[in-house]
Design a protein around this ligand. Structure first.
Ligand code: PMP
Length: 358
């Protein structure tokens, strides 16, 4: 019998974790939201039609467990075999499952110190040891650093929040140094001018490429991400999924995702607009005294030569313009990450910055 005083405290058994913190979602209208790398343009018209045409009565059935119609559409679009595509509930879901499926070594996995801040959170959550490797002064990842003992490698290319994209020889150097580890290429932003590792899949069966519909396909709210990889890695991912949640994508998302892939012209025209606005904003920010690395993404990583990032952030917020300011890690606490909006939003941003900088 349990007597008073012997009680285990259930609070001791709760998860202790510092979770990933996403960009603010202000609870008001009429603000400019440039803090979550969302696309300012709507999804393709066919996506909206697919949602409108969806037969609500069909929701009584489970969706296809592997989102097969979408697997096939993505595979055809990329010129790969459908069996080599894995679809999940946003690329966060695909990444988390990948960490679980591929990183079961006692050796630490490695990733840059400045990168997507969800990686260490998944490691904590899943009990995966990890080690971060510092990026250079110019925020470039040094491929040679990844020639080290490890239990896996994660590279965001282009990297976030720096926006810096690297070429195939960079990925190849990392892959050549790591035949004994799974290498994840997180390509959330690759469509905005990055270089994909997809062509390397034929040569490296330890490589997996992970992408999303959230940014370049304007579908962050629908939660669609996918991985492309060899049979062995994709089988491990499916096993991880089927040990956790068999149906990560709902039926509406599958239909909407297929409609997005079907409209290549719209996809390309949206990308072109975002990239043109990005290049214009890069030049304008530099003219205002910001240091901005060339971006291969839909955001800019900006540091002002004389004004504090925190102060610029507060001023913009007072003007209802939300950008992202990371207080940690220290190395980037004086930088802002600014998502590319429409041309009109960009004009309002630059007007506010001119007002602030005088
Ligand atoms: N990878 C990187 C580098 C990201 O910045 C993000 C967006 N926060 C994701 C993956 C996840 O995006 P989603 O889950 O919307 O596909």
């Amino acid at each position: 019998m349990i007597t008073s005083g012997d009680h285990m405290n259930w609070k001791d058994n709760l998860i202790k974790i510092a979770p990933y913190v996403a960009g603010e979602q202000p609870d008001k209208r009429d603000f400019i939201k440039l803090n979550a790398n969302e696309n300012p343009y709507p999804p393709a018209p066919g996506v909206i039609k697919a949602i409108e045409d969806f037969r609500g009565a069909d929701l009584k059935k489970y969706p296809d467990a592997n989102a097969r119609p979408l697997m096939k559409a993505i595979a055809e679009d990329l010129g790969v075999d459908a069996d080599n595509v894995f679809v999940g509930n946003g690329s966060d879901d695909v990444l988390a499952l990948s960490f679980r499926a591929f990183f079961n070594s006692d050796k630490p996995i490695v990733f840059p110190d400045i990168t997507y801040s969800f990686y260490p959170v998944w490691c904590e959550m899943l009990g995966i040891p990890y080690r971060t490797l510092p990026v250079g002064e110019d925020f470039n990842i040094n491929a040679g650093d990844y020639n080290c003992e490890n239990g896996g490698v994660v590279i965001a290319n282009p990297n976030a929040p720096t926006g810096i994209g690297r070429d195939l020889s960079f990925m190849r150097e990392i892959l050549d140094a790591n035949p004994g580890s799974v290498v994840i290429s997180d390509e959330a932003y690759v469509d905005f001018g990055g270089v994909s590792a997809l062509p390397l899949l034929r040569e490296y069966d330890n490589l997996i490429v992970i992408r999303t519909f959230s940014k370049s396909r304007s579908m962050a709210g629908m939660r669609i991400g996918f991985a492309v990889g060899g049979d062995t890695l994709i089988s491990a991912l499916r096993a991880a999924k089927d040990s956790y949640n068999s149906y990560p994508l709902d039926s509406v998302a599958i239909a909407a995702g297929c409609a997005s892939v079907a409209d290549r012209a719209y996809f390309e025209s949206t990308l072109k607009k975002v990239m043109a606005t990005r290049d214009r904003l890069t030049a304008e920010l530099r003219a205002m005294g910001f240091e901005v690395p060339d971006s291969s993404t839909n955001f800019l990583f900006a540091h002002h030569k004389s004004r504090k990032a925190a102060d610029i952030y507060d001023f913009l917020k007072s003007r209802d313009i939300y950008v992202r300011h990371f207080r940690k890690p220290e190395r980037i606490s004086d930088h802002l990450r600014i998502t590319i909006g429409t041309d009109e939003e960009t004009d309002r941003l630059t007007a506010a910055l001119h007002e602030y900088l005088g």
